[in-house]
Design a protein around this ligand. Structure first.
Ligand code: F3S
Length: 754
């Protein structure tokens, strides 16, 4: 029988429940009578009711009991504000909050961190006291990036984790199924309500061969992104298997799973490997290492498990890739990068190279990157581009500092920023490039949408392995191929990099560095949470009004969006992050990045009542003031990107009734439902073209809203003529109760008070 092992050194009284996985799987196996994939085992192993749960991949909604909830500081504010308003004294499952998103990278770790503590004091105090009050672990500013801390402390093979950040799947590197969710989902689970997930399909990625030379785990996911594209993983879990898996480190698998978010996958998972065992031992969890090894038969796919799609990659033949610009699935092999950059007229000078982040901060990453930097440094070379390092955690920082790796980067001309997201989330005060200047940057981060890193739409962002990024910093140009080309040293000699080498784990063990963790106090009754009514950053929530029981009748279209519309377009990050806990203030960023189909411009729409063009949020506020609701019409994969529920909350707050698109990204669609909005899709995507911005839309059939039954969208043209089109929805019974209550939270609060 599985042994009793604490889930984390920080929570010695909460145990891993392998027994439940085993019991559930016994029931599910009898019912399904077929081999199971790994992700099926983990998910079904966490079913709330394995006996009665309907299980059909891509169809059913699973009711699940996650082991853990993790929140980063930007999303935690709204999640905790929501949790507070549900009136529950204590989180129902182990949960933690991580301060990583609000630290602006400018001069370097020490001064940037000191300033962030000052600037964000009221938010950090709110989070620290709320965590203490409601029994959550609190990782303060400087502790590191959520996903790195989760893999170092909390993830374990077979775990089911939800996190209010889209790169939560990073924990797949330790064999966990970790899913990025909106704050509202986190609130459900913290409130003890089962978490609902549409039963994912399974995409298998078979790895053969062995990683070698310049190729790193990053290149696996860059290749997968190129094959499957940003939409390819939608509604699916990506499962890796095959003999090649054994040559990948746990942290390398973390990188692969992390960036699975870029193809829209629900999450990505790896089977139990000896590299996971090594990582668990090295991070102070030998008991978990042994328990999971003993449970390994349930931590891999059954022989003959069926996938909905299979991709095969031979690691022995895989070569480094550089993906971008502007989208992570535009894949170019490093060998062709120079020619492609010239052909496509990408800016050839590289202005900045950035390594680290939650995606690529492991000891292995840092030591391999440092091996290249050291070699170049020894030859007398310095970086030509700005070179920036964001360590993923205090533990990684302290360990790589102790082992001299950070010093190598500094000597080569690099700048070490705080253990935080920094430039990855647009928290980057750049002084070298003006807004509008075309320039190229290469990062080992995960996401490279327009304006993501520095808010400059003319910055061409590329993503590559930390090794390639580091070497490119010395080359300084897209014309440099570090594998084949030479650089010239100050003494005029040719210099060529040898392939990187590093260590999977630190030989001397990890150094935990400074203690930045705050455990909840034993007596939580006297902890007071304060939110000032005058605060510009935090605002207690007012519930949204329940559904009025009527159809939506002839409302204006706030904006008909053309083309890509990610959550960054809907609820921009960067400077707006500071208003994450203040719904009214943050709503001033609503949809300001989306392109209006009428004029091809961002943040300029015609007010259908006054006829004047104005900013999108201002126009919405005008409709709201007049008591007029409105809808958004959108294109394909609407809401791809992050899990931020503000992208849904602002639309609701400013009076939106529905978002009608060709297709949705999963998390955003669910978030819209949670806020009491109607996410609808054109049954015939071509109907998108039949709608003009000046039309009025009615949504008919709401009084008989039923799972699987389409609704009618009546389009009334300015002439008064109208036509009907069919729109689909994915509401299930439970989600319909959210719509009727006005939001999922209204529904929770109501059930709680009964
Ligand atoms: Fe932070 Fe970027 Fe990761 S924003 S959580 S470092 S994706």
């Amino acid at each position: 029988a599985p042994q009793k092992v604490p889930m984390s050194p920080h929570e010695p009284n909460k145990y891993i429940n392998y027994q439940r996985i085993q019991d559930n799987l016994e029931i599910v196996r009898k019912r399904l009578n077929r081999p199971l994939t790994l992700s099926e085992k983990i998910l079904y192993g966490h079913l709330d009711d394995a006996v009665n749960q309907d299980i059909q991949r891509g169809v059913s909604y699973l009711q699940l009991r996650p082991d853990r909830v993790v929140c980063q500081d930007a999303t935690a504010q709204m999640a905790l504000l929501q949790f507070m308003s549900a009136g529950i004294p204590d989180v129902a499952v182990p949960s933690s909050v991580h301060c990583d998103h609000l630290i602006l990278g400018e001069y370097g770790a020490e001064s940037d961190l000191a300033r962030a503590k000052e600037v964000n004091r009221e938010v950090y105090d709110f989070l620290a006291t709320t965590c203490a009050k409601y029994n959550l672990g609190f990782w303060g500013p400087g502790s590191g990036i959520i996903h790195q801390i989760v893999i170092e402390n909390y993830a374990f093979p077979g775990a089911l984790i939800i996190g209010t950040d889209s790169h939560t799947p990073n924990a797949g590197g330790l064999g966990a199924a970790a899913v990025g969710v909106g704050g509202a989902d986190a609130v459900d689970v913290m409130a003890g309500i089962p978490w609902e997930l549409k039963c994912p399909k399974a995409i298998g990625v078979k790895l053969t061969g062995r990683l070698n030379g310049w190729t790193s785990p990053k290149d696996i996911i860059l290749e997968v992104a190129g094959i499957l594209t940003v939409k390819g993983g939608t509604g699916a879990i990506v499962e890796y298997f095959g003999s090649g898996v054994e040559s990948v480190s746990a942290t390398g698998m973390g990188t692969v799973c992390n960036m699975g978010a870029e193809i829209g996958a629900t999450t990505s998972v790896f089977p139990f490997t000896e590299s996971m065992h090594r990582y668990l031992v090295s991070t102070g969890r030998p008991q978990i290492a042994d328990a999971s090894r003993a449970f390994a038969h349930n931590l891999r796919a059954d022989e003959g498990a069926q996938y909905d799609e299979v991709v095969e990659i031979n690691l022995s033949e895989l070569e480094p890739r550089i993906n971008g610009p502007f989208t992570p699935d535009l894949m170019t092999p490093l060998a062709k990068f120079k020619a492609t950059a010239q052909e496509k007229d990408w800016p050839q000078d590289i202005s900045a190279c950035l390594i680290g982040s939650c995606t690529n901060s492991s000891y292995e990453d840092m030591s391999r990157a440092a091996s290249l930097a050291k070699e170049a440094l020894d030859a007398g070379l310095k970086v030509k581009a700005d070179f920036i390092v964001t360590p993923g955690s205090e533990q990684i920082r302290a360990t790589t500092e102790r082992d001299g790796l950070l010093e190598i980067f500094r000597q080569a001309g690099g700048n070490i920023l705080a253990n935080a997201c920094g430039p990855c989330i647009g928290q980057w005060a750049r002084h070298d490039v003006k807004k509008g200047d075309r320039n190229t940057i290469i990062t080992s981060y995960n996401r490279n949408f327009t304006g993501r890193n520095d808010g400059n739409p003319a910055t061409h962002g590329f993503v590559a392995s930390p090794e390639v990024v580091t070497a490119m910093a010395f080359g300084g140009s897209t014309n440099f191929n570090p594998i084949t080309d030479t650089l010239t040293t100050p003494s005029g000699k040719p210099f060529k990099f040898t392939p990187p080498n590093g260590a999977e784990l630190p030989a001397r063990g990890f150094d935990a560095g400074q203690d930045t963790y705050q455990a909840p106090p034993a007596d939580r009754s006297r902890v007071a949470v304060q939110v000032s009514p005058a605060s510009q950053r935090l605002q207690l929530l007012e519930p949204f009004a329940p559904w009025d029981g009527k159809d939506v009748e002839e409302v204006p279209i706030l904006i008909k969006v053309r083309g890509k519309c990610t959550t960054d377009h809907i609820s921009m990050a960067g400077p707006w992050l500071k208003y994450r806990g203040h719904l009214d203030n943050i709503s001033n960023n609503m949809l300001i990045g989306a392109t209006n189909s009428e004029n091809g411009e961002a943040n300029s729409v015609r007010n259908q009542i006054t006829g004047a063009f104005d900013a999108v949020p201002a126009t919405a506020r005008d409709y709201k003031a007049r008591g007029v609701r409105w809808v958004v019409v959108g294109d394909e994969n609407y809401g791809e990107g992050s899990s931020r529920e503000h992208a849904a909350m602002s639309v609701r707050f400013l009076g939106g009734a529905a978002v009608i698109v060709k297709s949705f990204a999963r998390i955003h669609e669910t978030n819209l439902k949670k806020q009491g909005l109607l996410p609808l899709t054109f049954n015939n995507p071509a109907d998108y073209d039949r709608i003009s911005p000046a039309d009025r839309l009615s949504i008919l059939g709401l009084t008989t809203l039923t799972p699987g039954k389409p609704l009618t969208l009546r389009v009334t043209q300015p002439s008064g003529a109208h036509f009907d089109i069919v729109v689909d929805h994915t509401f299930n019974e439970n989600q319909i109760t959210w719509f009727k209550a006005g939001s999922a939270l209204n529904h929770i609060a109501k059930s709680n008070s009964q």
